[in-house]
Design a protein around this ligand. Structure first.
Ligand code: SAM
Length: 292
């Protein structure tokens, strides 16, 4: 086997792994990957070393640290809770879009919501969970779909729970302020009705916000919810977990799905583990509980 310079570097655990102003070694990378995995379930392959360096170098500068070794000591230490949170903010992938994977919103509008909203008008409850909501575009898209069918929805018992591990994304989601470019996928009429113009941006209006509660929640931590949901959106989130963690998350969704509920997952994800036995397909990456 030919030893490439890159592999030789890897063998020396204290050698510089990525060129840059701070010393960043294979050992540092492994410590950061293990810390992120324990904190958020996210698996970081070796190919992400450059990305980890560039995203965390900003943290080192902000903290006035001189090497990744110092940073690792901080995030793994007893006083590292705040910085572990900042590390999660820096290393999570938050890509999202209004009405991303539009077939799910078609399914919601055409299949799931009509009986649910009719029931809400008779006093019933509607509960939807956006798990891994990033900066809010997913739950706002769900809320906009509801409002397009039932403009007075905020006056009924209809609630969307939107959760994420990333506190920065949750702050943006609560602010509900999006640039014209970001909001472009929202149809003009919908935007005019449910958002307010602020300079070159658009802010979610009060009735739109009233449908959503944003909370911090770690999918590999404790879940305080006891009530069931009629829809769970968990899209493009578990893709960053290895299969065992994915399987656990899907299994934990099962008791939180009401008998008629749907689970919507991302286009490149598949339900795995025991939950796969409990679910059947009901559309593109859309699942419902099997009748037992
Ligand atoms: C790529 S975004 C997907 C956003 C949205 N669901 C969509 O499909 O557009 C993935 C989100 O999952 C969140 N996430 C990653 N690990 C998490 C965990 N352990 N618990 C909760 N959220 C997590 C990230 O912070 C990020 O905002």
């Amino acid at each position: 086997m030919t030893v490439t310079p890159h592999m030789a570097l890897r063998e020396d655990r204290r050698a510089q792994l990525v060129d840059g102003e701070f010393l960043f070694t294979a050992e540092d990378f492994r410590t950061i990957a293990a810390t992120l995995h324990a904190a958020a379930g996210i698996a970081l392959p070796d190919s992400k070393a450059t990305l980890v360096y560039s995203r965390l170098a900003k943290r080192l500068r902000a903290l006035g640290l001189e090497s990744f070794r110092e940073y690792c000591a901080l995030v793994t230490g007893a006083d590292g809770l705040d910085e572990r949170q900042q590390m999660i903010v820096a290393l999570t992938t938050n890509v999202t879009r209004f009405f991303r994977e539009p077939h799910h919103f078609d399914h919601l509008r055409e299949q799931l919501l009509p009986p649910l909203l009719a029931n809400a008008k008779r006093g019933g409850a509607v509960r939807i969970w956006s798990a891994g909501c990033s900066n809010g575009q997913e739950p706002y898209s769900i809320a906009l779909t509801i409002l397009s069918m039932m403009p007075d929805a905020p006056d009924y018992d209809i609630k969307i729970l939107a959760t994420d591990i990333d506190i920065q994304m949750l702050a943006e989601a609560r602010a509900g302020l999006y640039t014209s470019q970001v909001i472009a996928p929202v149809p003009g009429e919908m935007r005019a009705r449910w958002f307010e113009r602020e300079g070159d941006s658009w802010r979610a209006s009060e009735p739109l916000r009233r449908l959503i509660t944003f909370n911090e929640l770690n999918l590999i931590g404790d879940w305080p919810m006891r009530r069931q949901f009629q829809a769970i959106f968990c899209r493009n989130v578990v893709i960053y977990f290895e299969e065992e963690t994915q399987s656990k998350v899907f299994s934990r969704f099962m008791p939180l799905m009401s008998p008629d509920a749907r689970l919507y997952i991302g286009h490149s994800e598949r339900v795995c583990g025991p939950a796969a036995e409990r679910l059947e397909t009901d559309g593109v990456t859309t699942y419902r509980l099997r009748v037992r």
